[in-house]
Design a protein around this ligand. Structure first.
Ligand code: NOJ
Length: 540
């Protein structure tokens, strides 16, 4: 496989609404991001994945786009955006745009036209169906945000499909002119110098709703190959598909280079392990480390040499990892560092979600009135009507709701963590006076410096990018593996638990590359790992 820049970098995801507010309206913005580029340069990242900044009525915080070629007023202007790309470029940071083309907002001009009637030239840009024989929706497909996926349009007597909120009508990818308009728009952004695209729910674009086929539809890969050719094919851009239902087999269809589709995909098998099998993410179950290991190892070994992995614990849809699978109480710092080391040492491109690098936690919500996210709000009402107790629903939201990781970044200990001089759109974590960026930067032992070091190690040691992966057989709670490259070997040892664990190896240490405890590891023979201990040893 040819080598690419996007295999060597670490990507940092910014959720603009919650990153940094520059004008006191309580909402983060592009100028706020520009203010913090020096901070990101210091961290060492090579690309920013920017969650959507396009014009949007914000039914789903920007994932409902009403104009792909203009910037949301709250976030700034196209001039600000151009400046962000240029300023990031000066620091060797590329900007990856969020490409949301499974659906638009119902306020997009195309949909406004489409609603005008069956003869409108834009009608077929969306998916319309007559009512079923009994007069109801065409079938029982449900929206990811609860309720039917079909919304009735009085004027035409037809239903339109929305796999997300009813303000997010699904585009009809069978329409060639629509596809061409999307490619033109992508080229508009490529011409601006962006570094690539993160493709929102891209595995849905080949859907056949009448047959209830949603992910991995028959034409999906034809569309992606067509897109590749029409847009980023001749540029070395990072393209990462959000693919909810992907397996290592199907991942290779998206990202084996010979197929000329995407650089890599996000798989979600590991973050689906703490739910009851066959149920929804709200139906909680604790994580089983043996299962987690099995899934992550499967991805490491099955893609090897054929496709490239993406590595992540967090994003704007997932709860904070240190609160989820780490210990955000007595071992917050240790477990956050251990999770970082475990992930960044695997083979693939690591993604950091804003705040992860300071070990940001979640803060429980106590009432639905504090929740902003449409997914949680709709689920709350649905489950309440089904007879669930309020407390149980709120517990699910606290464990899995998307607002957990959307709280603003605390930059310092001042009012509102220095995020805004106004009223933040959603409350900050209660602990922001202790856990904030300034405090992290001032403490040489903070989680920040572990992330910074991991990123620097990646730049200095090709083994971290290109080395082979091999699991070490241990007790479940210990997650240990080798990376191997050109005769060099690194042994990664992590304790994924609150208890001490036994570890032993015949190998001899040449050098400790990184560790999360203050006592230096000097031997690998019969050692007791402290709770959440992690280290990487170069082997003699
Ligand atoms: C996945 C995005 O990550 C999520 O935030 C959004 O709600 C849906 N796609 C719909 O665009």
């Amino acid at each position: 496989m040819a080598k690419h820049w996007w295999q060597e970098v670490v990507v940092y995801q910014i959720y603009p609404r919650s990153f940094k507010d520059s004008n006191g309206d309580g909402v983060g913005d592009i100028r706020g991001i520009i203010e913090k580029l020096d901070y990101l340069e210091k961290l060492g990242i090579g690309a920013i994945w920017l969650s959507p900044v396009y014009q949007s009525p914000n039914d789903d915080n920007g994932y409902d786009i009403s104009n792909y070629r203009s910037i949301m007023d709250e976030f700034g202007s196209m001039e600000d955006m151009d400046k962000l790309i240029a300023e990031a470029d000066k620091r060797d940071i590329k900007v990856i745009m969020d490409l949301v083309v499974n659906h638009t907002s119902d306020e997009h001009q195309w949909f406004i036209e489409a609603k005008k009637g069956k003869d409108n030239p834009y009608r077929d840009y969306y998916i319309w169906k007559d009512p079923s024989e009994n007069g109801g929706p065409p079938n029982d497909l449900t929206s990811m945000f609860s309720g039917s996926a079909w919304e009735f349009d009085e004027a035409s007597g037809q239903y339109y499909l929305h796999l997300f909120s009813k303000k997010q009508p699904d585009l009809n990818w069978k329409n060639e002119e629509m596809r061409q308009s999307i490619y033109d728009m992508m080229n508009f952004w490529i011409d601006k110098g962006v570094g690539g695209f993160r493709m929102d729910v891209i595995d849905l674009i080949g859907k056949v709703p009448e047959e209830k086929i949603l992910t991995n539809g028959p034409k999906l890969h034809d569309y992606l190959q067509e897109m590749h050719e029409a847009t980023f094919g001749n540029h070395d851009l990072l393209t990462v598909g959000e693919t909810m239902a992907v397996t290592p087999q199907t991942a290779k269809l998206y990202s084996n280079p010979s197929r000329k589709e995407l650089s890599m995909v996000f798989q979600f098998q590991h973050v689906g392990l703490d739910k009851q099998k066959g149920k929804e993410k709200w139906d909680l179950k604790s994580i089983d480390i043996a299962e987690l290991k099995e899934v992550l190892v499967k991805w490491q070994t099955e893609l090897d040499g054929q496709s490239w992995n993406s590595l992540f614990w967090n994003n704007h849809d997932q709860p904070r990892i240190v609160s989820r699978w780490g210990n955000d109480q007595e071992y917050r710092v240790e477990s956050a560092k251990m999770l970082a080391i475990l992930l960044h040492m695997m083979k693939g491109t690591p993604y950091i979600y804003q705040g992860e690098e300071i070990g940001a936690t979640g803060t429980p919500f106590s009432d639905i009135s504090e929740i902003k996210d449409i997914e949680s709000i709709n689920m709350y009402h649905e489950r309440l009507a089904e007879g669930y107790a309020k407390e149980e629903i709120i517990a699910s939201i606290n464990a899995k709701g998307r607002d957990n990781s959307r709280r603003p970044i605390p930059w310092n200990a001042s009012r509102n963590g220095g995020f805004t001089s106004g009223t933040p759109w959603i409350a900050l974590n209660e602990n922001y006076k202790e856990i904030n960026v300034e405090a992290a930067l001032n403490n040489p032992n903070s989680v920040f410096y572990t992330y910074q070091k991991l990123i620097q190690l990646r730049k200095d040691h090709p083994i971290m990018v290109w080395g082979d992966f091999e699991l070490v057989d241990t007790v479940d709670e210990v997650f240990s593996y080798y990376r191997m490259y050109n005769g060099e070997r690194w042994l990664i040892v992590t304790n994924f638990s609150n208890e001490e664990q036994f570890f032993s190896s015949k190998e001899e240490i040449e050098e400790i590359i990184i560790q999360n405890t203050s006592d230096r590891v000097t031997t690998l023979k019969d050692i007791t790992l402290q709770p959440w201990q992690a280290f990487v040893a170069k082997i003699k």
